[in-house]
Write a new protein. Structure first.
Length: 358
C-alpha cells in the first residue's frame, strides 16, 4: 500500500506521532511519502531516513487555501497513492478542498479547531460548521479520544465518518526503570523531581504551572522541557526551584523522563496528549488537568491524579502532598495502563484496519 502523510507544522507532538507512524508502516512493508512545508520543519529533529519527502508552501491565510489545495492535488496526484492521511486542521482543509478519486482520504484533527479555549464561541461555531461541511470530502475521520468524538457529535459532524483510535507508541524497554539517582532520593532526601514537557503556552496550561511555582515546597524541583511558540510564555529569571532545559528532541525526552518522579500535564485542551502516553511508557506517575481528553489517560489515584480545579493553587497542593512512594507505586501502575491501552501494536492494527476498510 502506498500511503501519503500530509502535515503543515512539523514540530512537537504531531511530528512525533507522524514520524512513529511512518516508520512503523514502512517497517511492515508499505511505501511512505511525507508532504510537508520545509519552512515549518524543525531541522535535524525527526528521523525521515528512507522516507520520500514532497515539499509545498502552506499558509493560514484563507484566501490562499484554494491555491494550496490545487498545488497539493497536482503534487499528490502524481504519487498514485492508495491512502492520503492528512494531519491537523490546515492540512485537513488543503486536502479536503481537492478531490482524489483514486485514493482514500483520512483525516486526523489532532484536537478539533473548535475545541480551543482561546477563541470566541462564534469563531468556534464557524470552525465547526466548516469541519462539518468538509467531513463529506473524506473517507474517515480518525479521532484520538472520546472527547474529540463527543465534540464532533455536539456540532453534528457525520458520526458514520468517525472512528475512535487511541494513539499508541512503541515499547521502549531499555528506557524503563528508575535511574540510580532517583532510586536513592528517598534515602538522601533529594528534591522530588517534577517534569513539564511541551510548549510554553496557554493551551498546554504553562501559566498554571507558573502560578504554582511560588507555592511549592522546597523539597520539589521543577524541570521545564520546551519553548514558547507563537506568543507563548516565559519563565521569570527569579523563579526558584525550577530549571528550564529548553526544547529537546523526541529521543532526549525518553531519557529526560527517566530522571523525573512525576510528570505534570495541565493542558486546557488536547486531541490525545502524547506526553502522558510517553510518561506511562517510562513508568512515571502523572498529575493532569481534568480537561478535554486527559481524564481518558489517567485513573485518579491509580496511575496519577486529576486536578479538581485547573489552578496554580490546586496544582501546588497536589504536588506538595506527593511522596516518593506515591510516585513509585503509581509509576508502576502507569506502565500497566500503557501496556494495556496505549501500545503501538494495538494502535497500528486498528489504524491499518481502518485504512483497509476505507
Amino acid at each position: 500500500m502506498k500511503i501519503v502523510h500530509v502535515v503543515e507544522t512539523w514540530i512537537g507532538g504531531i511530528a512525533s506521532y507522524v514520524t512513529m507512524l511512518m516508520h512503523e508502516q514502512r517497517r511492515t512493508g508499505h511505501e511512505i511519502v511525507l508532504v510537508c512545508d520545509p519552512r515549518l520543519v524543525a531541522p535535524k529533529t525527526f528521523d525521515t531516513r528512507n522516507i520520500a519527502i514532497v515539499e509545498y508552501r502552506s499558509s493560514r491565510n484563507p484566501l490562499m487555501f484554494a491555491s494550496i489545495a490545487q498545488t497539493l492535488h497536482t503534487l499528490i496526484g502524481s504519487q498514485k497513492a492508495n491512502v492520503i492521511h492528512c494531519h491537523s486542521t490546515y492540512a485537513g482543509v488543503y486536502i479536503r478542498l481537492g478531490r482524489f478519486d483514486d485514493a482514500k482520504v483520512l483525516y486526523t484533527p489532532h484536537a478539533w479547531s473548535f475545541m480551543k479555549r482561546d477563541v470566541s464561541r462564534l469563531s468556534a461555531y464557524v470552525f465547526a460548521m466548516f469541519e462539518r461541511r468538509l467531513a463529506r470530502r473524506c473517507s474517515r475521520i480518525l479521532c484520538m479520544s472520546f472527547e474529540e468524538v463527543r465534540a464532533a457529535r455536539q456540532y453534528g459532524i457525520a458520526t458514520e465518518k468517525i472512528k475512535l483510535i487511541y494513539t499508541g507508541i512503541p515499547f521502549d524497554d531499555e528506557a524503563v526503570g528508575t535511574p540510580v539517582g532517583i532510586e536513592a532520593s528517598a534515602h538522601i532526601r533529594q528534591p522530588l523531581q517534577v517534569g513539564y514537557f511541551g510548549r510554553l503556552d496557554y493551551q498546554k496550561g504553562f501559566d498554571i504551572l507558573l502560578d504554582a511555582l511560588p507555592l511549592l515546597e522546597d523539597r520539589l524541583h521543577v524541570h521545564v522541557f520546551g519553548t514558547a511558540v507563537r506568543g507563548g510564555l516565559s519563565i521569570p529569571h527569579e523563579m526558584q526551584r525550577v530549571t528550564h532545559h529548553g526544547w529537546i528532541s523526541p529521543g532526549s525526552v525518553r531519557d529526560a523522563m527517566q530522571h523525573m518522579d512525576v510528570i505534570v500535564v495541565p493542558s486546557r485542551w488536547e486531541g490525545l496528549a502524547l506526553v502522558p502516553t510517553e510518561a506511562m511508557r517510562a513508568g512515571k506517575m502523572l498529575v493532569v488537568a481534568g480537561e478535554s481528553s486527559l481524564p481518558e489517560q489517567v485513573i485518579h489515584g491509580y496511575n496519577g491524579f486529576i486536578l479538581r480545579q485547573l489552578t496554580g493553587t490546586c496544582l501546588a497542593e497536589q504536588l506538595n502532598a506527593l511522596t516518593i512512594e506515591d510516585c513509585r507505586r503509581m509509576g508502576t501502575n502507569s506502565r500497566h495502563v500503557f501496556k494495556n491501552a496505549f501500545n503501538a501494536e494495538t494502535f497500528l492494527t486498528s489504524l491499518m484496519n481502518c485504512y483497509e476498510d476505507a
